[in-house]
Write a protein that binds this ligand. Structure first.
Ligand code: FAD
Length: 460
């Protein structure tokens, strides 16, 4: 039933996690939602398939729940009992330095003894609280920020690799403010990261606020369980293989035309939620005036990424694979970003007696290494990883996915992009953008952003 005051009808363009989550929330609040998805399936970047006993995640392989609201969303979807938490072993992460696979320090003691940083590098890190804060309005790169506050070693053998693990990004270009707002905020608010983290903890203790403890999880059949459940239980009319034909604002609302298997349609909606990648936005069939404004929105860079699932018999790999995975800093000059030890993190990722690795190639720092050819990607990956992990022989299973335009980069200047979108939303009543280029690219971020946008629409 439509609740009083709610928009009666809403069109959602794009059925990835963002569009599905927004459609789900709006539909369950009583709106009549029509979701128009170009491809034959919903889920977008989320795709989990089982082949020969190996669970293959083509895109996201795990979800780091970052808020109670995101966890509550899973509960509303009836997914709580299906959650599989990451093994505690996955708290350990590895980093490659000078061809050696070293554990990342997780404690003060580990930080003192780790061979990842020289004594000079460790002392430089301790000077962090005494480094002057940059002006808060300055949009700095992650590399500039980390080098200034913590020294170059901590960038090269720490943050730079983490950045490639999250954004497949280039720390020289990513914006600290937009890509890692919590870290940026520590400097902007407290003048120091170490001092800020201590003060924040004290403030929380005083106010009784309990910080949400992030939770790394998936489902027995992989992350796609989430998007499948959203699509199956959304109170929405989901049209796949559907092509938007016209998007126009009239005095009566949004006039949306599209074509799908049942023919051509032209309907009026009270609101329009656009959930396609940013590079698709300008090419949507906007009415002339909006098209001109969309064309003026700054473009975002989406680097190519190739992901590989490699399966081996357990005895083929000498490394104990006792962690989340291994990141390879750019300065090591290997042509692979890193490897996730999938079958260590979650059960059921590989048949008995076997292990599964997920390899990432390409990204903003090595776009030319990403390749659509599976055999090329497999030989590149195995060539780069054999000595690091002590691999013997060829993989017994391989599966590759090429993402020509993988993840939006929140680079320096991202604020101009966001401001342009906000301008469009203000000028064109009922228009909303809900996708991973806003509020964070992680799955948990997408759930939170979709909730926030749905609430905004419902409160209008
Ligand atoms: C390789 C890779 C690994 C990742 N790993 C992780 C991870 O481990 N953990 C994590 O939290 N996140 C990860 N992410 C990020 C996360 O998967 C994405 O940010 C998230 O799934 C994006 O959802 P979305 O709905 O915003 O966009 P998308 O998934 O891109 O969905 C957009 C949808 O719009 C549709 N569309 C496009 N054009 C049109 C059109 N003209 N008309 C109608 N529909 C259209 C597309 O078909 C698609 O379904 C990863 C991403 C990639 C690519």
């Amino acid at each position: 039933m439509n609740q009083p005051g709610n928009p009666r009808s809403i069109a959602v363009i794009g059925g990835g996690l963002s569009g599905l989550a927004a459609a789900w929330r709006l539909g369950h609040a009583g709106a009549a939602v029509t979701l128009i998805e170009k491809s034959a399936r919903t889920g977008g970047a989320v795709r989990s398939e089982r082949h020969d006993g190996f669970l293959c995640e083509a895109g996201p392989n795990s979800m780091l729940l970052k808020s109670q609201l995101a966890e509550d969303f899973l509960d509303e979807l009836g997914l709580t009992s299906e959650i599989v938490d990451a093994s505690p072993v996955a708290n350990k992460r590895f980093l490659v330095k000078n061809g050696r696979v070293l554990p990342l320090p997780m404690s003060m003691g580990g930080g003192i003894t780790t061979p990842l940083y020289s004594p000079g590098g460790k002392l430089r890190l301790l000077a962090e609280p005494f480094i002057k804060a940059a002006p808060a309005d300055q949009d700095q790169s992650v590399a500039g920020f980390v080098t200034r506050r913590m020294g170059r070693q901590f960038l090269d053998y720490g943050i730079a690799a983490l950045v490639s693990g999250i954004f497949a990004g280039d720390p020289e270009k990513l914006s600290i403010r937009y890509a890692f707002p919590k870290v940026w905020n520590l400097e902007a608010r407290y003048g120091s990261l170490i001092g800020g983290a201590i003060k924040l903890r004290k403030e929380r203790k005083r106010s009784g606020e309990v910080a949400y403890k992030p939770r790394m999880m998936s489902f027995p059949d992989g992350i796609e369980t989430l998007t499948r459940r959203l699509a199956a239980t959304a109170s929405a009319d989901i049209r796949t293989d559907a092509q938007p034909l016209s998007l126009a604002r009239t005095d009566a609302g949004w006039q949306v035309g599209w074509r799908d298997a049942s023919g051509e349609h032209d309907r009026r909606f009270d609101a329009l939620v656009v959930s396609v990648p940013a590079h698709v936005n300008p090419g949507l069939p906007w009415a002339q005036e909006i098209a001109a404004e969309m064309a003026a929105v700054p473009a975002l860079y989406y680097p190519p990424v190739t992901t590989l699932v490699l399966g081996y018999r357990r005895e083929q790999i000498e490394h104990p694979l006792d962690g989340f995975g291994m990141l390879i800093p750019l300065v090591e000059k290997r042509r692979v970003l890193g490897a996730i030890f999938s079958s260590t993190i979650f059960p059921g990722r590989a048949p008995d007696g076997h292990v599964a690795l997920m390899i990432f190639i390409g990204g903003a720092t090595m776009p030319d290494c990403a390749t659509p050819g599976e055999s090329g990607a497999v030989s590149l990956a195995t060539g780069q990883l054999t000595d690091l992990l002590g691999i013997h022989g060829e993989p017994v299973f391989t599966s590759a996915t090429h993402w020509p335009l993988a993840i939006p980069q929140y680079n320096v200047g991202h604020g101009d992009f966001l401001a342009s979108l906000e301008g469009l939303e203000k000028r064109w009543e009922g228009l909303h953008f809900c996708a991973n280029y806003r509020g964070g690219p992680g799955l948990s971020d997408c759930l939170d952003s979709a909730r926030a946008i749905a609430n905004r629409i419902l409160q209008r």
